[in-house]
Design a protein around this ligand. Structure first.
Ligand SMILES: C[S@@+](CC[C@H](N)C(=O)[O-])C[C@H]1O[C@@H](n2cnc3c(N)ncnc32)[C@H](O)[C@@H]1O
Length: 472
């Protein structure tokens, strides 16, 4: 058998589905989406079909068994009864009458395969394994779903809207191609993808009025890389990591995450280790603007989330002052990542009704915080950068009313293959920290929820480490 993948205008065309069970339902849903006029013949139909066809004018159910004459005038017939012989008869009859027929269970007996579809309408990607393996087809579909942003629909719509205008403005095909290449590669397409449709249209219209190719300006992507495990990156983060020309990154961005950046991108390390700011913040701000003004796509990659103890706000403020286009992609902050991977829920109906993210960064040898507000039962405190100030933190919390026995956990290199979880309480945690050789980053979690670690822990880096070919 050989198949030609073909997109056919199906609006209003007639489709007959014979059968009313799960398989018929699976076929029905994409067929209805293609605006065909569907008749389903079956003595009974399942609730899922009823729910999916409520108020759908393109769907009619005829309550009876299939009869030979039913196939006349049909564009497509789907044989999906629970009786193999009936399905075979239907397929034979349809083929004899040159009608397209899909055999739901035994696809090769029909003459038409209904593919799996990645739908970013008007863009549609149809996948078929030629009936070799529906599981493989599903796997490919899932992979494609993760790498093709939903907002590609909007991109295609805009390109459709301006197709004729661009054709009128640029008579040469090569100029038109250049126009759209710059559109797709530059900030205007990113405006569309990040929902700034009006701004994007304004830019397109301006360049068409001037009869020029879109201006290729640079832009900055402020992206949260999460706490370490590369699988915790968002789709959007990954897409922009593979698009950027230059990457400005911190110490906290793990190596496996760096490996996902476009190979030929320039990489600039700007440090941010405790007491070792390789590049002062002011210079980082200037560098971001300078590179973007040069026309580069600049990825500012930060550990965790850029807006949680990440100085993302300062960097964006500076970009706004310099009129540089940017977008922000949140990341999983250390608190969420470490807590999940350590089996310590940050809130719990029985133990904690609030959680507070606090900086434990030492300034002039002290931690200057509102201890009265922090020292309350039934809440969880999460100290970022708290290891060096842990003695002061624990002492102040006890002084201000928390019990010495309040549980505390130090999570070292959370979510990575080197994760360690040290458990203690407010009284002994500073000593535990002193007695262990700890390599940051670390996160300190204080509160009754820590008690749950023993029962809820699940992430076992040691067992993963022992497996070969592990790469994070
Ligand atoms: C400057 S803050 C940046 C926080 C980051 N923006 C975030 O949202 O996670 C750095 C601190 O985050 C914490 N941290 C970040 N990643 C961590 C990890 N994988 N394990 C433990 N702590 C982490 C540590 O307390 C570290 O000192």
């Amino acid at each position: 058998m050989s198949y030609l993948p073909l997109f056919i205008d199906t609006a209003g065309k007639k489709c007959l589905i014979i059968g009313g069970g799960k398989v018929a339902c699976r076929k029905l849903i994409p067929i209805l989406k293609s605006n065909m006029s569907v008749v389903m013949i079956s003595p009974k139909i399942i609730d899922e079909i009823i729910n999916n066809t409520k108020e759908n004018k393109n769907f009619v159910h005829i309550i009876r068994k299939f009869e030979k004459n039913d196939i006349s005038d049909q564009f497509l017939v789907v044989a999906a009864t629970n009786d193999k012989n009936t399905n075979l008869q239907i397929a034979k009859l349809a083929k004899k009458n040159n009608i397209l027929v899909n055999m739901a269970e035994d696809s090769l007996v029909g003459n038409t395969l209904i593919p799996s579809v990645v739908d970013r309408s008007p863009i549609k990607i149809a996948i078929s394994s030629g009936a070799a393996s529906p599981i493989l087809t599903r796997l490919i579909k899932t992979k494609l779903e993760t790498v093709i942003p939903y907002s590609f629909s909007k991109l295609a719509e805009i390109m459709m809207d301006y197709r004729n205008k661009v054709k009128k403005t640029f008579s040469r095909i090569s100029d038109r191609r250049k126009f759209w290449e710059v559109f797709l590669d530059g900030p205007v397409s990113e405006m569309v993808l990040s929902g700034h449709i009006d701004k994007a249209k304004e830019a397109i219209e301006k360049s068409l009025e001037e009869g020029k190719i879109l201006h290729k300006t640079g832009e900055v992507y402020l992206v949260g890389a999460g706490p370490g495990d590369p699988e915790l990156l968002s789709f959007k983060a990954l897409r922009l990591m593979q698009k950027a020309d230059v990457v400005i990154y911190d110490r906290l961005v793990s190596e496996p995450i760096m490996n996902l950046i476009r190979q030929d991108a320039e990489k600039i390390y700007v440090g941010k280790q405790r007491a070792d700011h390789t590049m002062p913040q002011e210079n980082i701000n200037q560098l971001l603007s300078r590179l973007a003004i040069e026309g580069k796509k600049v990825l500012r990659l930060k550990g965790g989330d850029p807006f949680i103890f990440g100085r993302g706000g300062e960097e964006i403020e500076s970009l706004i002052n310099d009129d540089i286009p940017f977008q922000i992609v949140p990341g999983i902050t250390a608190a969420s990542g470490c807590a999940s991977y350590a089996g310590i829920p940050l809130t719990h109906r029985d133990h904690s009704q609030a959680c507070i993210f606090v900086t434990g960064h030492l300034k002039d040898g002290t931690v200057n915080l509102n201890w009265k507000m922090l020292a309350h039962e039934k809440q969880t405190l999460i100290f970022y950068m708290g290891m060096h100030g842990s003695k002061i933190i624990c002492e102040e919390l006890i002084k201000n009313g928390l019990k010495k026995t309040t549980p505390a956990a130090l999570i070292v290199k959370g979510t990575t293959i080197n994760q360690e979880v040290l458990i203690g309480n407010l009284e002994n945690m500073p000593e535990i920290i002193m007695n262990n050789k700890i390599v940051p980053p670390t996160l300190l979690i204080i509160g009754d929820v820590v008690k749950l670690h023993n029962k809820l822990k699940w992430f076992d880096p040691l067992s993963i480490k022992n497996k070969k070919n592990f790469n994070f």
